[in-house]
Design a protein around this ligand. Structure first.
Ligand SMILES: [Cu+2]
Length: 346
């Protein structure tokens, strides 16, 4: 995390947290008015820790994907920030549930791939090694030259350097663009690419949730679905969040074979920043419809402790694995010593 973010976290005040709580309760009239009230001061973002150590399931990284952002190796070239990312396409077998093993095509052994993160105007350099046994590519969403568009195959054993400017700010994605794309994405070659605005968004507990499907029998339909790669994971391991704290979700629909998926949050409403392209919310709702590759920022805070579900409201998709729980805790009531920010906290 760059220093700038750390400083902003330090300036975040209790007063701000309380105002976020009011936003979650709907007592403050309008998110736009609320924005102008936020005065970051001294309170760090609070990420509640789990009571126990949770191991990531073999071949999956739902804990890492949830709250870890890859800012790359940072250098300065000609006065400009350059972020270099090294990734390798691999092939590996994972266990989706007790009955189903699945061969993934992935980046750095993980599905989804790393969440790349930069600030608008940075130079991005992605060094892509292909060791997966098939031709693959990385196609980034955003603005770049045609030779960097990632539709040309990189053969097994080959390497390609994608280089472009990070623009415009927003929530973007990358994925393999080799035909059949349904198969290359469905087997796991995708991830999120966040470009922060030049003036950072207010501090929040930030999380990535990527919805995807698994066609396990090659019938052009998905039999299983997941958030961040692992079916049902966040139902069995609820994501702990702090009561009254601003939560910022970066959500992406990467489901193939289904035209749309919705995202629904229980017992709350969220502010919607469509494609993360604006600093003021576009909408407030509790369910948003997303076509494949559509992505948004959703912001909310929970007013009451307890467990609250999130899932697509296509309930067949939810029940086949794309469903999870937030566990809202009040640190002042239960565990006042847990006031730390941890990348792997649930
Ligand atoms: Cu591919």
């Amino acid at each position: 995390m760059p220093d700038r973010y750390a400083l902003d976290l330090e300036r975040w005040s209790r007063r701000s947290v309380l105002k976020v709580g009011l936003a979650g309760s709907g007592l403050v009239g309008g998110a736009i008015a609320l924005r102008t009230l936020w005065q970051p001061r001294s309170q760090p973002v609070h990420v509640p820790m789990s009571d126990r150590v949770i191991a990531e399931p073999k071949g999956f990284t739902p804990l890492t994907t949830l709250r870890q952002f890859d800012y790359g190796s940072v250098t300065t070239e000609n006065g400009r920030t350059v972020r270099e990312f090294r990734v390798e396409a691999q092939t590996s077998t994972v266990q989706l549930n007790s009955a189903t093993s699945f061969i993934t095509w992935n980046l750095n052994g993980r599905v989804p791939g790393p969440t790349f993160r930069a600030t608008e105007g940075d130079r991005i350099r992605v060094i892509f090694y292909n060791r997966a046994g098939h031709s693959h590519s990385l196609h980034f969403h955003g603005v770049h030259k045609s030779e960097m568009d990632g539709i040309k195959p990189v053969r097994n054993g080959g390497v390609f350097i994608y280089e472009f400017d990070a623009e415009p700010f927003g929530v973007h994605l990358y994925h393999c663009h080799i035909a059949p794309v349904t198969r290359h994405i469905g087997k796991g070659l995708y991830g999120m690419f966040i470009i922060d605005p030049p003036t950072p968004r207010p501090p929040a507990d930030e999380m990535v949730l990527i919805m995807a499907g698994y066609d396990v029998n090659d019938d052009q339909k998905n039999e299983l679905y997941a958030f961040n790669g692992m079916p049902h994971y966040y139902m069995n391991h609820p994501i702990r969040i702090q009561k009254d704290q601003l939560i910022r979700l970066y959500v992406l629909n990467m489901i193939e074979f289904a035209p749309v998926a919705t995202f629904h949050l229980h017992a709350n409403l969220f502010q919607v920043y469509r494609t993360g392209r604006h600093l003021q919310p576009d909408d407030e709702t509790d369910v948003i419809t997303m076509g494949t590759a559509e992505r948004h920022i959703l912001e909310f805070a929970y007013r009451y402790p307890g467990k609250f579900m999130f899932h697509p409201h296509q309930d067949d998709i939810a029940e086949a694995g794309c469903m999870g729980l937030f566990e809202v805790v009040d640190r002042t009531a239960s565990n006042p010593s847990s006031n730390t920010t941890e990348a792997h906290a649930m």
